[in-house]
Design a protein around this ligand. Structure first.
Ligand code: MG
Length: 251
């Protein structure tokens, strides 16, 4: 299924995307079995929201070998982990705001895991039971601010720095998906999620041994090599096989 969150008739709703039509669901997609409100909308008539209002986005740094190498950094032995605030979320098609204090704004194409139920001390072999599905993330980064702070919270925590979407799918096998980014149509990153250093079952297990993961929380799995800057007016697209294209404009 493909889950979306959207605004229609002044309400915020979750829905199931089927072709060009959206069936509204009652409550949240974490409650199974799903029940439907009976309302149906055209995909072109709704305003998309970020697919989940997460409580935390747990992000993995340097999780592709070539990205660590482009910074001249060693391959990490344990995951490099940081958090993005809930207020950094942005929807597909929403503008990414270029902060005035930033002088180098980068995209980072990432596969994002969406947690489906409360997870604490989950074993690797059980990780799949705790996942609602997968979506695309753009881990937008104020690169010039990153080395100035010992932590990455400032460089990665601005409002609109976590575009997600357009939808969450439970129909893909995340272990081998083409992942790419484009700026104004020009390909910048091109890799495959099979190149992840720390794999998704390990990440769910490891992170849930530290913090309780709640329904809707995001694990963003890291970006491949090929990062570079963006300018105001640029259109950035992240594409992942089976998950569509996440498109945003820099404003
Ligand atoms: Mg990243």
């Amino acid at each position: 299924m493909k889950y979306i969150r959207f605004e229609a008739d002044g309400r915020k709703l979750y829905g199931i995307l089927e072709g060009n039509s959206v069936r509204a669901i009652k409550g949240e997609p974490f409650q199974k079995p799903l029940s439907f409100t009976g309302e149906e909308y055209g995909y072109n008539d709704i305003k998309l929201l970020p697919p989940v209002p997460f409580s935390k986005a747990v992000c993995i740094g340097l999780n592709y070998r070539d990205h660590a190498e482009e910074f001249g950094l060693p391959i990490p032995e344990t995951p490099v982990v940081f958090l993005k605030p809930s207020t950094s979320a942005a929807a597909h098609s929403e503008n990414i705001i270029y902060p005035p204090i930033c002088h180098r704004l980068d995209y980072e194409a990432e596969l994002a895991v969406v947690i489906g139920k409360k997870a604490k001390n989950v074993k690797e072999e059980d990780a799949a039971d705790y996942i609602l599905g997968y979506t695309i993330a753009n881990d937008v980064t104020a690169r010039d601010l990153q080395p100035k702070n010992g932590q990455w919270t400032i460089a990665k925590g601005f409002d609109t720095f976590m575009p997600l979407g357009p939808y969450i799918s439970d129909e893909v096998d995340p272990s081998s998906l083409m992942i790419a980014s484009r700026v104004n149509g020009e390909t910048k990153q091109m890799s495959n999620t099979s190149n992840l250093i720390f794999k998704i079952p390990f990440l769910v297990s490891y992170l849930s041994s530290v913090m309780t993961l709640l329904p809707g929380d995001i694990i963003s799995t890291g970006t491949p090599g090929g990062i570079s800057g963006m300018n105001k007016g640029d259109i950035v697209e992240i594409e992942i096989e089976g998950l569509g294209v996440l498109r945003n404009t820099i404003a």
